[in-house]
Design a protein. Structure first.
Length: 209
C-alpha cells in the first residue's frame, strides 16, 4: 500500500499557517510556497543513495559521502505546480524540469491534458511531481500516468495539502507512488475544493481570479 508522509516540521507548519491565511497576498504567498517546497524537498530526497569518497581539505584527506545513483527530475503540474519548482532547484540545481499541463473540467471535475514535455532521459531519473493541492486526485493520477507512459519509473508526489479523497485516488491508480504532504485536510466540498484548504493555489500564486 502507498505510503503517505506528513511533513510536520515546525518551520513547515508555521509557514503553512501563513500560506492558508486569506489575508496573505500573492508576493508573500509565492515566497512562502517556495520556502516550504525547499524544506519539504529535504524529506522527499532523504532516501537518495550515497557513496564514499575521499576529499582533499586544506588540512589533509577526509573520508566523506556524496550522492550517487540516479539524477533528479522535477515535474510541476501547470500552472500551480510552478510555484514549487524554484525551492527544489535551490537545493538541487542540476535537476531537470519537465512540465505537464492539465486543467480540471468545472463540470466533470476530470483532468484535461493540454501540454506535456518531459526530460528525454526520464527513465534514468528519480522524479518528483509537484502540485500544491491534491484534491480529487484526478490531475495527479493523470500526470503520473503520462509520466509512466513516457518511461518514468521512480516517481514521488509532493503536495502542500491533500484531501483524503485525493490520497485514495492516487493509492488506487498508482500504488507504487509515495505522497509527501504538509497536511491532510478534512474533505472536499461540492465544487471539488479542499476544506479548509487554502483556496485556489494558482490564483493565489499569480494574483488571478
Amino acid at each position: 500500500m502507498l505510503t503517505v508522509h506528513i511533513i510536520d516540521h515546525p518551520l513547515v507548519q508555521h509557514k503553512m499557517a501563513i500560506i492558508r491565511d486569506v489575508s496573505t497576498g500573492p508576493k508573500e504567498f509565492r515566497e512562502l510556497v517556495d520556502e516550504v517546497a525547499l524544506l519539504m524537498a529535504y524529506e522527499v530526497t532523504r532516501d537518495m543513495a550515497l557513496e564514499d569518497v575521499e576529499i582533499e581539505t586544506p588540512m589533509g584527506k577526509a573520508q566523506c559521502r556524496m550522492i550517487s545513483g540516479k539524477k533528479i527530475g522535477v515535474i510541476p503540474i501547470l500552472r500551480a505546480g510552478l510555484g514549487m519548482v524554484n525551492g527544489i532547484l535551490q537545493l538541487i540545481p542540476a535537476a531537470k524540469v519537465g512540465h505537464i499541463g492539465l486543467y480540471r473540467d468545472p463540470e466533470s471535475l476530470q483532468p484535461v491534458e493540454y501540454y506535456c514535455k518531459l526530460p528525454t532521459d526520464i527513465g534514468e531519473r528519480d522524479l518528483i511531481v509537484l502540485d500544491p493541492m491534491l484534491a480529487t486526485g484526478g490531475s495527479a493520477v493523470a500526470a503520473i500516468r503520462f509520466i509512466k507512459e513516457k518511461g518514468g519509473k521512480n516517481i514521488k508526489l509532493m503536495v502542500l495539502i491533500a484531501a483524503p479523497e485525493g490520497i485514495a485516488a492516487v493509492q488506487a491508480a498508482h500504488p507504487d507512488v509515495e505522497i509527501f504532504t504538509a497536511a491532510v485536510d478534512e474533505r472536499l466540498n461540492e465544487f471539488g475544493y479542499i476544506v479548509p484548504g487554502l483556496g485556489d493555489a494558482g490564483d493565489r500564486l499569480f494574483g488571478t481570479k
